[in-house]
Design a protein around this ligand. Structure first.
Ligand SMILES: Nc1ncnc2c1ncn2[C@@H]1O[C@H](COP(=O)(O)OP(=O)(O)OP(=O)(O)O)[C@@H](O)[C@H]1O
Ligand SMILES: [Mg+2]
Length: 263
């Protein structure tokens, strides 16, 4: 089966305000198959957001190439949605109008898009807030609205940057299960960034672990835990421990590097 996303030897360098070179990503290659859910895991600053921004066409790589459905990425595309790490809502639109936005762009009728928007607001626990404006919501509620908006749009490729990071455990678990159900129904391909090992093991078909300075792929793990996944199962907890050990090793090495370079 042809890959939906082909990331080939991609590098991205930034220059910080002190004029220092930051190798955010260095020679990353990754293929994502149709309908696959890949989680990116790694220490802060290892280039996860940068990689999503490159795939979304918001930035261009310094080296290498990114193909979506065999075509080079040349800018943002209507069939790809990025849920940002920071929620970004239209302040002048109500919650319902925010969530209905994507379908409005697709030309769906008002009645239909409001029905779909209400469905996703119910899923994210925001039904009673549909007439509210973003400034009237808490941070977690704004993030849930942004999430409902992305899901309601039903893009073919969904890029998610720590979308559940600001949520309480119960809501987070509910939305994780919901995301898996939505994927089953829509066959969406999902590239999902998280800091949570638990979240990655619960969601992913494959987990890609990145290291920082420079941002490289450390390890790729196909998750062998059968679905529906049980957090208490041996398979689950063993994989959790294995990944934790890898991440601790990466963080330790990166601290040693920082000490040696006097950062
Ligand atoms: N616009 C920019 N200018 C300069 N440096 C940048 C810029 N964007 C990112 N960086 C640097 O590139 C590296 C990767 O950043 P990125 O935001 O992709 O990391 P991340 O893995 O998403 O981190 P986090 O887990 O904290 O969100 C970091 O060292 C960051 O400081
Ligand atoms: Mg990030």
């Amino acid at each position: 089966m042809k890959s939906v996303v082909q990331i080939q030897n991609v590098s991205r360098t930034y220059w910080n305000t002190r004029g220092e070179k930051v190798d955010a990503l260095s020679g990353i290659s990754l293929d994502v198959s149709p309908g696959e859910l890949v989680c990116l895991l790694g220490p802060t600053g290892c280039g996860k957001t940068t990689l999503l921004r490159l795939v979304a066409g918001l930035e261009v790589p310094d080296q290498g190439s990114i193909l979506l459905n065999q075509e080079p990425v040349t800018g943002i595309r209507p069939d790809v949605t990025l849920v940002f790490q920071q929620y970004s809502l239209f302040p002048w639109r109500t919650v319902l109008e925010n969530v209905a936005f994507g379908q409005e762009m697709k030309g769906t009728s008002r009645a239909e898009r409001e029905t779909s928007a209400r469905h996703y607001l119910a899923l994210t626990g925001l039904s009673t807030f549909e007439k509210a404006y973003p400034h009237e919501l808490s941070g977690g509620m704004q993030q849930r609205t942004a999430l409902a908006r992305a899901l309601a749009y039903e893009p073919r490729l969904l890029l998610m940057d720590e979308p559940f990071g600001a949520l309480d455990d119960r809501t987070r678990h509910r939305l994780q299960s919901e995301l898996l159900e939505i994927r089953q129904r829509t066959r969406q391909t999902i590239l999902f960034v998280t800091h949570s090992i638990d979240e990655a093991v619960f969601l992913a078909d494959r987990i890609v672990i990145l290291r920082d300075r420079p941002g490289l792929i450390e390890e790729t793990i196909s998750v062998p835990v059968p679905r529906p996944r049980d957090r208490q199962s041996k398979d689950f907890t063993n994989l959790h421990l294995e990944i934790r050990a890898i991440l601790e090793r990466i963080i330790e090495q990166s601290e040693i590097k920082r000490t040696l370079t006097n950062e």
